[in-house]
Design a protein around this ligand. Structure first.
Ligand code: PEP
Length: 266
């Protein structure tokens, strides 16, 4: 990552709502070291383009991406971390281990980790401050299931996830967190949320941050995630409260991912 595109406290953002868009590709369980190297060589992102850009490779390819993308505008995020810095937690990775590899940030609370790996809001409450303390930009994922939306419980779910996860983040660090609204029913299903649904949910999340700090609510970047593709990105990204996208499947094609980035406008 070049110095003028740093994420976190130095990220360009306005207090008047002019937040710089952020587009992040989540590779999930994809990417050997060879595949990651090839991907990074094929990814063409303009450092002076319309958005900040990041990729989330698996742990084993983080250093490959850091090395390959080091001189580009693309940040590298891990897909998870443990809240403790050391201890009897077999199979886990700490914030310091990620910064040692040169990672810029970390995705926390992805719905797949909540579903398959027992990720809890209580653990996230510890993970967010630990990531910030280590100098990693956290991307906190929240979102409702299809059943919760049908039962009209979307706001209740978002309120509890956002309030609990951010509880131990100091007010003056809230804007350094990125939040991704990812309705579970839209992830990997091809069923993208309508622009109206994405806008309403993200405006609601911004208001929740506003309950803690009005300045942070203006500055915090809130992304949409769920079946974003090159041909539907624009209608979502032009929504006034949508500050970018967390892209899963469609990010695995570097050309398609670059087209999604191009759809972002400040
Ligand atoms: C994701 O993994 O966060 C995601 C949004 O996936 P997809 O774009 O494939 O729905």
């Amino acid at each position: 990552m070049t110095p003028d595109t740093q994420v976190g406290a130095d990220a360009p953002r306005g207090t008047d709502g002019s937040r710089r868009p952020l587009i992040v590709g989540n590779w999930k369980l994809w990417g050997t070291r060879a595949q990651a190297a090839d991907y990074c060589e094929r990814l063409s992102i303009d450092a002076h383009g319309p958005a900040d850009v990041g990729v989330c490779p698996p742990f084993t390819a983080l250093d490959v991406c850091v090395e390959k993308l080091g001189s580009s505008a693309v940040a590298v995020y891990a897909q998870n971390m443990h809240q403790e810095s050391t201890g009897a937690f077999t199979g886990e990775v700490s914030a310091e281990m990620l910064t040692e590899l040169g990672a810029d940030g970390v995705v926390l609370g992805h719905s797949e980790r909540r579903q398959y790996n027992c990720e809890t809001d209580r653990a996230l409450q510890e993970k967010l401050p630990a990531a910030l303390e280590a100098g990693l930009q956290p991307i906190l994922c929240v979102g409702e299931s299809e059943e919760e939306r049908e039962r009209d419980e979307t706001q209740r779910k978002l309120r509890s996830q956002v309030q609990e996860a951010l509880e131990k983040v100091a007010g003056d660090r809230l804007a350094d967190v990125v939040i991704a609204y990812e309705p579970i029913w839209a992830i990997g299903t091809g069923k993208v949320a309508t622009p109206e649904i994405a806008q309403a949910a993200i405006a609601f999340i911004r208001a929740l941050v506003g309950d803690r700090s009005r300045d942070a609510a203006q500055a915090v970047r809130i992304l949409y995630g769920g079946s974003v593709k090159p041909d539907n990105a624009l209608e979502i990204l032009v929504q006034p409260d949508v500050d970018g996208a967390l892209v899963g499947g469609a990010s695995l094609d570097p050309d398609g991912f670059a087209r999604i980035v191009a759809a972002a406008a400040p």
